[in-house]
Design a protein around this ligand. Structure first.
Ligand code: AMP
Length: 111
C-alpha cells in the first residue's frame, strides 16, 4: 500500500512539521485554504474515524489540536476543524486527518 501520509510520517516525503508526539504528527497543508492550515494525522494508518478503535490515538488527536491551538494563540479568534470522509466528504488522501483552519474569517455553510 502506497500512502502519501505514511510516507510523510516515515520521513521519505518532506513536510513542514509543527507538532509531534507518540501518536500524532501535524504538518502544514501544501495547498493552504487559510493563513493557518495544519493537518493532524495519526501515525498509525487508518482511513477514517470509524476505523480508528485505539482510544489512546483517538484522544491524542484532540489533545494535539488543543495543545497546538493554545500554543499558537488561536483560541481567542477561533478556528475550524474539518474531517473530509469518503466520496461525499471529498476525502482525497485515504489516511485519516483533521484539518485545522484558522487565521481568517471562515464562511458557513461549506459547499
Ligand atoms: P482531504 O482532501 O481532506 O483528503 O485532504 C488532503 C489534504 O492533503 C489536502 O488539503 C492537500 O492539500 C493535502 N496534501 C496533499 N499532499 C500533501 C503534502 N505532500 N504535504 C502536505 N499536505 C498535502
Amino acid at each position: 500500500m502506497d500512502c502519501l501520509f505514511c510516507r510523510i510520517i516515515d520521513g521519505t516525503i518532506p513536510s513542514d512539521v509543527v507538532y509531534q508526539d507518540e501518536y500524532v504528527i501535524a504538518f502544514r497543508d501544501v495547498n493552504p485554504q487559510a493563513p493557518v492550515h495544519v493537518l493532524f494525522v495519526p501515525k498509525v494508518h487508518v482511513s477514517r474515524f470509524s476505523r480508528l478503535k485505539d482510544r489512546d490515538v483517538q484522544t491524542a488527536i484532540f489533545r494535539a489540536v488543543s495543545e497546538y491551538t493554545e500554543r499558537e494563540g488561536l483560541e481567542e479568534d477561533g478556528y475550524r476543524l474539518v474531517v473530509n470522509t469518503g466520496a461525499h466528504g471529498q476525502q482525497t488522501v485515504d489516511h485519516l486527518h483533521v484539518h485545522l483552519l484558522a487565521g481568517r474569517q471562515l464562511q458557513w455553510p461549506p459547499g
